[in-house]
Design a protein around this ligand. Structure first.
Ligand code: B12
Length: 489
């Protein structure tokens, strides 16, 4: 039997550790093939066989397992924070690429969300044999089958091939095959592929209900990673998966990891209805709630289904900026959304990104005014300064036209866009001024609570029996106290 080692290269544990869902999906797709699969989880230095909690280095895993194929998942490139940005690529080289090069055997394959944005650059940098952009399951199985049978590998959708002369051929991420509208993914059963205990205590269980994004936000790379059309799972299939995991891990919090949860809105509603009809008692959360798709009915259904918190992502509250960022909603809609969420008492983390094309003092005022007057002060407001420029986005074109970056300049090391009407210094001053008067507003650079703060929050939750309150609200209570006593400026 041939052996394949799948490597999770992601060692980030902020805002909390996230389990390698994509790799587990690949491992499940490889079941019933001629491959024995092992996952090395670089976050905890674990492999899925052997005693739980025993740490082991990748060097040892390679030596013991002797894989014929090594697949490395590249998720994060950087942390999107303009000031003191963390660049993961060099850490990944130390943890994964160097040991794999030293092992020197086996076919090497790259994949993952981060890889899909920079496929040619990373393949050249690390001289791997193949790269797979976008969804991995089908392409990987076809690639392995082709290699085994001596078939050509150049024409497999999403597969890039690095030839011995260094030339790269094959289809890039822009030709991701998204023609099917039904998505069939094998249940990843993450907890059967790796030691889930550390994730269980500090994280959530990720659920993907669809792939692709039809929205056209100026700066966003989701269409590059997942394709520009939706592939939907049926509500029954999604809830079957949730129900089965819930039986094994009754206390787990499920987190939806779709790029945007409530788009298309009917799909989100169907999932909520399916959960409600089965009478399941669940704790659910989701990122990526777009204001465009928020209706009182949807939020009511989400509450009924068990949503305990959501992330709402307007990015701006200025009509001019919403237009410039190519959003499909306006300020008026946003004000309605805020009141719907308040009425439903849906704990919400709000996300704004300041400094986009056209941002000036007036547009900042409009966003700050919205935050001040419309957002529940028990809710957290997350503010990012500057927009990370990704390849093949409208923002890249604007940044080139304005001379912020050069045409064909590498964007692997993060470059950020800030409106020329403001500049970095002024944006910083204005944002600091605002956040220093609003205890519930945090800059992304300051958004990870200290260990002491978390410890204190855990104690308060126990003392006051706040088990049903989202952790961010408890942390905000503490922050409010600090503000009152003047500890935090
Ligand atoms: C959901 C999500 C989150 C959630 C995660 C919740 C959870 N419990 O998992 C939260 C909000 C916590 C989060 C946080 C962060 N995130 Co995030 N996140 C996402 C999102 C939207 C989806 C990720 C996901 O789960 N996809 C579903 C799975 C099934 O897909 P997948 O892992 O990509 O795997 C498939 C393919 O990629 C491929 N594949 C994967 N690995 C491999 C390996 C091989 C060998 C092969 C062949 C194929 C392959 O096959 C898989 C199955 O088809 C992506 C954007 C996106 N659309 O991908 C951003 C994204 C990954 N996040 C990103 C970032 C930066 C972060 C943060 C650093 C932000 C921050 N400062 O806090 C943190 C880091 C968290 C951490 N600890 O690592 C960036 C990474 C790019 C970059 N600039 O580095 C992305 C791409 C968003 C973006 N465009 O900016 N994130």
């Amino acid at each position: 039997m041939k052996k394949i080692l799948l490597v999770n290269s992601n060692t980030e544990s902020a805002p909390y550790p996230v389990s390698p869902l994509g790799l587990c999906m690949l491992a499940t797709a490889l079941k019933n093939t001629a491959y024995e699969v092992k996952i090395f989880d670089g976050l905890w230095n674990h492999v899925n066989s052997g005693p739980q909690n025993q740490t082991i280095s990748l060097v040892h895993v390679l030596k013991d397992f002797q894989p014929d194929v090594i697949g490395v998942s590249i998720r994060n490139i950087d942390d999107l924070i303009m000031e003191q940005s963390r660049f993961y690529i060099e850490e990944i080289e130390d943890l994964c690429i160097t040991p794999i090069k030293k092992y020197g055997k086996g076919i090497t394959i790259l994949g993952g969300a981060g890889f899909s944005m920079f496929p040619i650059e990373l393949l050249k940098r690390w001289k791997f044999d193949f790269g797979i952009t976008g969804a991995g399951e089908e392409s990987l199985l076809t690639l392995l089958h082709s290699i085994e049978n001596g078939h050509p590998t150049d024409n497999i959708p999403g597969v890039l091939v690095r030839k011995s002369n260094g030339q790269i051929t094959g289809s890039s991420q822009f030709e991701i095959n998204t023609n099917g509208s039904k998505l069939i993914v094998p249940y990843p059963e993450i907890d059967t592929h790796l030691n889930y205990n550390p994730y269980l205590t500090r994280s959530s269980y990720p659920i993907q209900t669809k792939r692709g994004c039809v929205l056209k936000c100026l700066y966003c790379s989701y269409p590059t990673i997942e394709g520009k059309t939706y592939q939907l799972r049926t509500a029954k299939d999604v809830v079957d998966e949730i129900e089965s995991v819930n039986k094994r891990m009754p206390n787990v919090v499920f987190e939806f990891v779709d790029s945007t949860f409530n788009h298309p809105p009917k799909h989100a509603e169907n999932i909520c209805r399916e959960i409600i009809s089965r009478g399941l008692s669940l704790k659910l959360r989701t990122m990526g709630v777009t204001p465009a798709g928020v209706t009182p009915e949807l939020i009511y259904l989400m509450r009924q289904a068990g949503f305990v918190q959501i992330d709402c992502t307007p990015d701006s509250a200025s009509d001019k900026m919403l237009q410039n960022l190519r959003k499909d909603f306006n300020r008026k809609k946003l004000e309605k959304v805020a009141s719907v969420l308040k009425e439903a008492d849906m704990p919400t983390m709000w996300f704004f990104i300041l400094g986009g094309p056209g941002e000036d003092d007036d547009t900042l005022d409009e966003t700050f005014d919205f935050i001040h007057w419309f957002i529940d002060e028990r809710d957290l407001v997350h503010i990012t300064e500057g927009l990370r420029i990704y390849p093949d986005t409208g923002l890249e074109e604007i940044a080139i036209a304005e001379g912020i970056i050069k045409k064909n300049e590498s964007l692997l090391k993060p470059h950020f866009y800030i409106s020329k009407h403001l500049g970095q210094k002024k944006l910083k001053t204005r944002t600091k001024e605002f956040t220093s008067q609003h205890y519930n507003c945090l800059l992304s650079a300051d958004s990870t609570p200290s260990k002491e703060m978390i410890q204190k929050a855990l104690e308060v939750r126990k003392q006051k029996n706040l088990t049903n309150e989202p952790m961010f609200r408890t942390l905000l209570r503490l922050r409010k106290e600090e503000f009152k006593t003047g500890i935090k400026q």
